[in-house]
Write a protein that binds this ligand. Structure first.
Ligand code: HEC
Ligand code: HEC
Length: 222
């Protein structure tokens, strides 16, 4: 048994060596360079706010290849329409403001940069301001604004499952558990997988503990 395995291993080695030899001798005089695709295709960097949004929101479903393979001359209007499609048809968790911001970034970096007007750039900076600006650390926490700014509602609704579970179902599952709120707070902060299905929730480690606590308490009341 052992010996057979050893000899078939030896045979495989010989076969490999033979294959390599053939490959070398059969190599054309002018070898064609082989371009392996990069493991992860990175988004083109930009100072536009849409770059940040795209980094956060596009990779969760597919690679940046999808963007690079679009026709090169797409205008702001065309890229914005593409983002509306991503939002409505495919359920990408992006807000209406982010659709515009992404359209400007994508047209400026991948499409027809000339179609991006100064007004577009200004609008893009303005639309992204509430997302970029951290909410005031003291005082009342605006849960609705947090839900919007972190795309929670792109994946969750109160009454029905979207990508993630309905908040009402989450509240029901944990209502009898005195540690329920802190358990779901940990899930929001660190991400979660396997509790409701196979689709994971990304972590929201950038939120403060107070913000996480407010979100968890909100969910528990649904
Ligand atoms: C919720 C999942 C999801 C997210 C998030 C998402 N997409 Fe897509 N995207 C899809 C699906 C599904 C397709 C179609 C795939 C196919 O046809 O094979 C697609 C296709 C595309 C295409 C190819 C053109 C087309 O219409 O089929 C582009 C370009 C694209 N996405 C860009 C983006 C950008 C930019 C973002 C980030 C803002 C993004 N996507 C976020 C799901 C998503
Ligand atoms: C990209 C989609 C997505 C986004 C964005 C998202 N979630 Fe989730 N969420 C999920 C999925 C999927 C699950 C189920 C994970 C699992 O099975 O463990 C989930 C689970 C949860 C749970 C239940 C956790 C548990 O321990 O049972 C809570 C609470 C929750 N999300 C709140 C939020 C809040 C608040 C936000 C915004 C800060 C948010 N989610 C953003 C997809 C998302």
């Amino acid at each position: 048994m052992n010996q057979r395995r050893t000899s078939s291993f030896a045979f495989a080695l010989v076969a490999l060596a033979a294959m390599a030899a053939v490959a070398v001798s059969a190599a054309p005089a002018e070898p064609k360079p082989i371009q392996l695709p990069a493991e992860t295709v990175k988004l083109k960097p930009s100072s536009l706010p849409g770059y940040v949004v795209a980094q956060q929101k596009c990779a969760m479903c597919h690679s940046a290849d999808y963007i690079a393979y679009q026709p090169p001359g797409m205008t702001v209007a065309q890229w914005t329409a593409e983002m509306t499609k991503m939002q409505h048809l495919y359920g990408a968790p992006i807000s209406d403001g982010e659709v515009k911001v992404l359209g400007v970034y994508l047209a400026a970096t991948y499409g027809d940069a000339k179609s991006v007007t100064a007004a577009d750039r200004a609008l893009s900076a303005e639309a992204s301001a509430p997302v970029a600006k951290p909410p005031a650390p003291t005082g009342a926490i605006d849960v609705q604004a947090l839900l919007n700014a972190n795309a929670c509602l792109g994946c969750h609704a109160v009454a029905q499952k979207i990508v993630g579970p309905a908040y009402h179902d989450v509240a029901n599952k944990y209502k009898a558990d005195p540690a329920g709120a802190s358990k779901i707070a940990a899930s929001i902060k660190g991400g979660s997988t396997g509790k409701w299905g196979t689709v994971p929730m990304p972590p929201f480690a950038q939120l403060t503990d107070a913000q996480i606590k407010a979100l968890a308490e909100f969910v528990m009341k649904q």
